[in-house]
Structure formats: structure tokens, C-alpha cells
Design a protein around this ligand. Structure first.
Ligand SMILES: [Cu+2]
Length: 184
């Protein structure tokens, strides 16, 4: 009995020590900048309690949580920095910080048009097998092709419309010419 009563306070004392053993770290990530449409680094391995701080460079980027299945689609209920417009000659870069709560993977992307499909994606603790960061990146890039196809399909319509307009204008001109000829 005496033993347990003595040990109990010791156990309580030991607890704060084990917690203090790990000092949370802040992982710094550059958004865009000289490296182009990328996060540098684009993968971070973080411990629970760590932070990831994003430093936004020139242009107008975001860092927005997504999912492995939909790399370039904001995750419902996920985080986003919102757009961070930065002038080319800006002296300061705006920052955005997220806290890593566990060892689960966090997928993220830039919401700016064309940035995600060109490879502007990011991950915290991505699996080293299975759904790897590389696969996530390939999925994002594959969307560029889909987007291109969609856009070229849309582009075809205005072309047709302008053809018709041109033909209309031509027939009107011809019509007028005929009219003026008959008037003379
Ligand atoms: Cu971007």
C-alpha cells in the first residue's frame, strides 16, 4: 500500500516530462516564387503538434485542403488560406499557418486557375506506399488534360457562332449591293 501511494505522485510527475520531450516544430513552405507554380518543399513530414507555415510569393495563390481522389477540388470543411495577392515588388510575404493534429495525411492544392493541374499541390505526411504524393501529383496533372479538352469543346462553339455571324454580314453586304444595283 505504502508503495503505491508513493509511486502515484511520481507517475504524475513523470507525465509532464514525457510531453515536454517533443518540442513542436514549424515547417516553413514557400508558395510560388522563383521556383514557379509549386510549394517548396511540396511534402512535409510533421509530428502531431507541429505547424506548417506558408509564405506567399508573387502572384495570387492559395493553399487549400483537398483530397487524394479530387486533388484540385477544395475539401468540404477543409482549411483554406484564401487568395493571397502579392505584388512582384512586395517586400513582405503574407503567411498562413496550419496546425498538424495527428499523423494523418493532409492533401492540399492552389485554387488559382491552372495552378493545381500544372502541379501546384502539397501534402503533409503522405503515405510512402499506395496513395503516394507522386500519384496525387499525377492525378492533379491529369486534370490539365481534362480541362484542356473541356475548354476546347467550349471554344468550338464561339467559333461556329462567329462563322455564322460572318456569313450573315456577308449576305447582308451582298444583299445591299444587289439592292443598290437594282436602285441604280
Ligand atoms: Cu497558385
Amino acid at each position: 500500500m505504502l508503495f503505491t501511494t508513493l509511486l502515484a505522485p511520481l507517475a504524475l510527475l513523470a507525465l509532464p516530462f514525457t510531453e515536454a520531450k517533443y518540442r513542436s516544430k514549424t515547417h516553413e513552405v514557400v508558395v510560388g516564387g522563383a521556383a514557379g507554380l509549386v510549394y517548396t518543399p511540396n511534402v512535409v513530414y510533421a509530428q502531431p503538434g507541429d505547424y506548417v507555415r506558408f509564405h506567399f510569393q508573387f502572384k495570387n495563390h492559395t493553399v487549400t485542403q483537398s483530397s487524394f481522389d479530387y486533388p484540385c477540388t477544395p475539401l468540404k470543411g477543409g482549411f483554406t488560406s484564401g487568395f493571397k495577392p502579392v505584388a512582384p515588388d512586395a517586400k513582405k510575404s503574407p503567411t498562413f499557418k496550419i496546425k498538424v493534429h495527428d499523423t494523418n495525411v493532409i492533401w492540399a492544392h492552389c485554387e488559382q486557375v491552372d495552378h493545381c493541374p500544372s502541379g501546384m499541390v502539397f501534402a503533409v505526411n503522405p503515405p510512402r506506399r499506395g496513395n503516394t504524393f507522386w500519384k496525387f501529383l499525377q492525378k492533379a496533372k491529369a486534370l490539365a488534360y481534362d480541362d484542356y479538352r473541356k475548354r476546347s469543346e467550349i471554344d468550338e462553339e464561339p467559333e461556329e457562332v462567329s462563322d455564322i455571324e460572318e456569313r450573315d454580314i456577308n449576305s447582308r453586304i451582298t444583299g445591299k449591293a444587289v439592292d443598290s444595283e437594282s436602285e441604280e
